[in-house]
Design a protein around this ligand. Structure first.
Ligand code: URA
Ligand code: SF4
Length: 184
């Protein structure tokens, strides 16, 4: 079934019961941001703060992301931010294959409706789920073309909380991303 507007995606996500994560969530977390964005950022799944508020990347990882975007001169309002899975897995465990598959249609609809220039993949869960990739720390900073879509790979902002050195990686990647987008 196709979804024809972002409003419809939001409404379906908010009341979705397609996988068991609906039983433990407080709020589902639809994507948020500019509906004409040139860049869509894709994380893994909501964490504690996101589950509480119902918006993506509003906790500590979100702060890292905001800082890196600001460093590169990208405003959060100009982009669209979402996750592979829209409900928080208990204790922030990695979402299962079944959960990712249940939720897949929402991300696909967000991408199809916004038609961004670039889909920025943050971290291994999104990398594996969208491109079948494995080692984002090795592949980060690269563009990948697949099925007529352009992807850019970077680290997950939450990884920076455990390894401060990755902040430079994220900042440098964001600079590279804006510079390349300006040329498109
Ligand atoms: N981590 C994610 O992957 N997504 C969020 O929205 C917040 C933290
Ligand atoms: Fe639905 Fe996705 Fe939430 Fe599962 S994670 S209940 S598929 S919105």
């Amino acid at each position: 079934m196709s979804i024809s507007s972002l409003e419809q995606v939001r409404n379906q996500v908010v009341s979705c019961t397609k996988c068991d994560l609906c039983k433990t969530r407080n709020n589902s977390v639809p994507g948020k941001g500019n509906h004409n964005a040139e860049i869509i950022f894709v994380g893994e799944a909501p964490g504690r703060s996101e589950d509480k508020i119902g918006e993506p990347f509003v906790g500590p990882a979100g702060k890292k992301l905001s800082d890196a975007l600001e460093y590169a001169g990208i405003s959060r309002e100009s982009v669209y931010i979402t996750n592979v899975v829209k409900c928080r897995p208990p204790n922030n465990r990695v979402p299962s294959q079944a959960e990712k598959e249940s939720c897949r249609n929402y991300l696909e609809s967000e991408i199809a409706l916004i038609k961004p220039k670039v889909i920025c993949i943050m971290g291994n869960t999104a990398y594996q789920s969208i491109l079948g990739g494995k080692n984002i720390t090795k592949e980060r900073g690269k563009f990948v073309k697949k099925d007529g879509k352009l992807y850019f790979l970077t680290v997950h902002p939450a990884a920076i909380i455990y390894n401060q050195k990755l902040m430079d990686s994220l900042k440098n990647d964001m600079k590279k991303l804006v510079n390349e987008i300006k040329k498109m």
